[in-house]
Write a protein that binds this ligand. Sequence first.
Ligand code: CMC
Length: 428
Amino acid sequence: MAKNTFTLTDNRNGNSYEYNVIDGTRGPSVVDISTFYKDSGMFTYDPGYTSTASCDSKITFIDGENSELRYRGYDIGDLAGKKSFLDVCYLLMRGELPGKEASENFDLEIRHRSFLNEGLIRIFDALPDGAHPMATMGAATMALAAFYKDHLNLEDDKQFKIMRRRIVAKMPTIAAMAYRNSIGTPLIYPDVNRYFTENFLYMLRAYPGGTMKRLPDGTNEEIKQIEVDALDAIFTLHADHEQNASTTTVRNVGSTEAHPYVAISSGIAALWGSAHGGANEKVMDQLKMIGDIKNVPSFIAKAKDRNDPFRLMGFGHRVYKNRDPRAECLKGLQDQLKEALNLDSKLLDIAAAVEEAALNDDYFKDRGLYPNIDFYSGVILTALKIPVEMFTPIFVIGRTPGWIAQWSELKQDPKSKIARPRQLYTGN
Ligand code: CMC
């Protein structure tokens, strides 16, 4: 069968160059231009990689026009709230959902790996009260490479497996300890009797010794199953998103042969920015700043002003030019939780007014700007009593299995090379 090819012609001299077109299972095909520089002496130019496929991958598929997101072939709507987050971690890292026994063993192993080395815990003391938990998380995750040196031989399958599970297990502990340190309260150790997501809420909320808050009726506060389920679904919705900025960072750092914990720490750094995972914290700031429905039109006008750098946080996406399916799942979750968790109705009303105003405005319609995942997560996280500075750390906990799955795929890809783009030099 004839190969599909793509021809580029240099109109300056009439030279033509022919490249193979490669088809994936779904989604746009790619033109393999890897020999273009050798052939023509020129580079391709694509700032922000808007037309570049940097790798091939079997992990996550997005159809941005049709609002579709799949992990290993499974639609996100069939995973979030329907499978446990740990089963989804297993799916991303291993390629298939676990059976009952594998699921139980994985859960047990993650519980037992959730503790941090005592020396690593001292890192938290070195960072000041008020430190943003994302700064502390980046440092502590980088330091994992210093404390867990016994599993650095990645040629060894067993070590590789332990390393992947360790990072997933420890991330909630790192996040909770980073938060507690930032507010100067004693750190709470993991409780192996609790499932991953419940354990994270416990480490955020408990008093030393495991006591929970005393309520006016004389009982102790309990972590409600509905809270655990909601946060578990939120983790799943964040678990992977193909070659986004932080995942590309993890792959780039991984391509230099740096240690995986270091690569994940770089992913945390990339995720913190407000154009990426840091947007969830900014959405909540903006909703509070709007303060009242009557102020919505002036905020929308500010976001549309081309001379004002202000952007409506939680709107727009590089890939989704239609509804973000993650946001749709969260909206459904929000409706379910409205009464059970006493969601802040004033914030909900402001959010609904912002959404309605933007979706009916030509500026947003023409540019395909819809609410993204970060627009809806904040109101739910607030109802779960999650402090706003922990919104992006929650994104980190959710995204960790995706990063590690993508890093593993890179390591197993015989075509992978050190990431080293070139430039168009315009200096003196
Ligand atoms: N508010 C106002 N205008 C916007 C917004 C927004 N939130 N997002 C994009 N635009 C405009 C932008 O000004 C540009 O207009 P024009 O064509 O007139 O120059 C047009 O829409 C295209 O924007 P872009 O910056 O070229 O698009 P991008 O694909 O490079 O950026 C984005 C995507 C997510 C960084 C951007 O939409 C944005 O900054 N959104 C706000 C931050 C946010 O919510 N981020 C979370 C993304 S979802 C979580 C995750 O996966 O990271």
